[in-house]
Design a protein around this ligand. Structure first.
Ligand code: TRP
Length: 406
């Protein structure tokens, strides 16, 4: 973990307060904690709220809005209107998202992937999905490269189980497919000074030199399609808001390399099952892994923190607070797609009609069903996953990137 250096940040030439590290919350690519104030993040990160006007515009293309848009789970963006201008004038865009394979995948990770799948289906867009095994190896004290690569494979199964169109999805392992990214990464890296990287990411004297270069690797897929086809292709990145610092580097360098700046759409974090904070793999009781056995998942749900009162009598009288309750948020993020039914749950919770134990018992089978489906698809993904990784040995691809054999 690299603790962000606030002084360096405020001194940065960007003048951004990238890292809001105060008593309330910390949001960096390597740490998310505290109670997250999303409106404050929009201000601090200088992004735009996804407002009703933009939602209406999106709706023209997607039909009924995706549940994660209707419920403000995707809540912020950069340049989405610009992207739609291009799309409406006939220019297709590509999608880019990713995952740092540092451990098992949990439900919080899957949230933006499901939305990305929706975008892929709706806009028939190609998806580049980056697995940053380099980043996780470099940042972790106890992950060997071999373990990290095993996790790349393992996490890729979860990615495919999320339903992407395998014919239009390219997985990228930074370590195994570095040849394909490296040319773009060095071009990016040349335009990012140490002082900028330090300001944006809080690097320190003790940071290893691998991680200093890494932001260029995460920027590279933004421009990969453009580099392959030899003309500017718009790129849309659906991701949690903690990844935003990377896109600043990418957006800053894009015009210098004659690419479009990548567009972002940012989502919130699925809360953990404990009190406050996002789901975190380092506290396994508070998160449901996609590979959890039904009994384990059920037990985690039944022992979760809730917004309930201390006694049944009190709850019947005063009602519970759904907004601080992970059980309610699970329904809202994923498990109750019907808005009418969600509103009814909310009402019954607030009125004291619905007790927490009852609510947990009704959520558990929905979660178990999701896991069973996902685990089945995960098994099936084993047959196709190797072919979904970008083929760095493909001569045509390398030639398109200007990397033909000497
Ligand atoms: N750095 C991200 C992580 O640690 C992984 C990642 C790479 C990513 N490229 C991305 C996430 C693009 C979202 C969008 O999880």
């Amino acid at each position: 973990m690299i603790p962000p250096n606030r002084k360096a940040l405020t001194d940065s030439r960007y003048g951004w307060a990238e890292y809001l590290t105060n008593d309330e919350m910390t949001v960096t690519p390597w740490e998310v904690s505290g109670e997250i104030n999303y409106s404050k993040l929009i201000k601090q990160f200088g992004t735009q709220p996804l407002d009703n006007e933009l939602l209406k515009r999106i709706k023209k293309h997607t039909g009924e809005l995706h549940v994660q848009l209707r419920r403000g789970i995707f809540f912020s963006h950069r340049d989405f209107n610009w992207l739609l201008d291009r799309y409406e004038s006939g220019e297709k865009f590509i999608l880019y998202t990713g995952r740092g394979p540092s451990g098992n995948v949990h439900l919080g990770h899957v949230i933006p992937w499901l939305f990305t799948k929706h975008l892929q289906d709706t806009f028939k867009a190609r998806l580049y999905f980056q697995l940053t095994d380099d980043e996780k190896f470099l940042m972790s004290q106890n992950l060997s490269l071999k373990d990290t690569l095993r996790l790349t494979y393992d996490n890729a199964l979860d990615v495919l189980a999320s339903g992407f169109d395998v014919k239009n999805t390219f997985l990228i392992s930074d370590v195994k497919n570095s040849q394909t990214l490296y040319k773009i990464a060095v071009e990016v890296a040349k335009h990012v000074t140490y002082s900028t990287a330090k300001a944006v990411f809080g690097f320190k004297e003790s940071s290893n030199i691998g991680i200093l270069f890494f932001p260029a690797m995460q920027a590279a897929p933004c421009f990969l399609e453009s580099a392959i086809v030899g003309k500017k292709v718009p790129c849309l990145i659906p991701a949690a808001i903690d990844q935003d610092p990377y896109w600043r580097i990418a957006r800053d360098t894009a015009p210098k390399l004659n690419y479009y700046k990548p567009t972002q759409i940012h989502c919130k974090f699925l809360p953990g099952l404990g009190k406050g904070g996002k789901m975190s793999s380092s506290i396994p009781e508070t998160c449901i892994f996609t590979t959890d056995k039904p009994k384990v998942a059920e037990k985690k749900i039944m022992s979760a923190f809730t917004g309930g009162k201390a006694t049944i009598q009190e709850q019947r009288k005063l009602g519970a607070d759904p907004y601080i309750c992970p059980i309610y948020h699970y329904e809202r993020f994923l498990f109750e797609p019907d808005d009418g039914k969600l509103a009814e749950l909310e009402r019954r919770c607030k009125s004291g009609e619905l007790l927490c134990g009852e609510h947990k018992s009704s959520l558990a089978p929905k979660v178990v069903k999701f896991l069973k489906d996902h685990q089945e698809k995960r098994e099936k993904a084993k047959d196709v996953v190797s072919d979904c990784f970008i083929n760095s040995c493909d001569e045509k691809l390398q030639k398109a990137l200007g990397l033909e054999r000497f």
